[in-house]
Design a protein around this ligand. Structure first.
Ligand SMILES: [Zn+2]
Length: 152
């Protein structure tokens, strides 16, 4: 079972299973209506045999908030661990280009958004920042600290 965020829906998802198993599990979760809601059977697209996984959300707003917090923390860790390179956009001072050394992708980052799929499909509607936005913030404050240090 893993945590999942999709378009602002914060909850859990199982691994892909054979349809009978997924349907049986979905029935169990659906029967626990006081704890879980929004139970969905989804087709897994990356398996040869047809497999399904189950998505569902905790009813408790506190539990959802805990997951949101853990998801934000996980992205903060990745922001610290992974190597990124940044360039300020010459025409838009709010915008930074972020090159992810590990993925080879480049994204446009502002304090409010990022063009990466994680931000667009998961973080944005859940109100959390992607790792590029966090890394950009750290980079930007390091730049600031360096400029201040040079003034003395
Ligand atoms: Zn991003």
């Amino acid at each position: 079972m893993s945590q999942t965020i999709l378009r602002g829906e914060i909850g859990y998802r199982t691994t892909a299973m054979l349809p009978e198993a997924a349907q049986a599990f979905a029935r169990c979760i659906t029967a626990n209506a006081t704890r879980f809601c929004n139970v969905q059977l989804c087709v897994s697209l990356n398996t040869k045999v047809e497999k399904l996984f189950v998505r569902f959300q905790p009813v408790s707003a506190d539990r959802q908030e805990t997951i949101r917090h853990e998801q934000q923390e996980a992205r903060a860790e990745r922001a610290l661990e992974q190597p990124f390179m940044f360039w300020k956009d010459p025409d838009n001072r709010m915008m930074t280009w972020c090159f992810s050394v590990s993925s080879g992708e480049t994204y446009q980052v502002t304090p409010r958004d990022c063009t990466c799929p994680d931000f667009i499909y998961r973080c944005k509607d859940a109100g959390i920042k992607c790792k590029h936005m966090i890394a950009q913030r750290l980079w930007s404050s390091e730049q600031m600290a360096r400029m201040i240090a040079q003034d003395f």
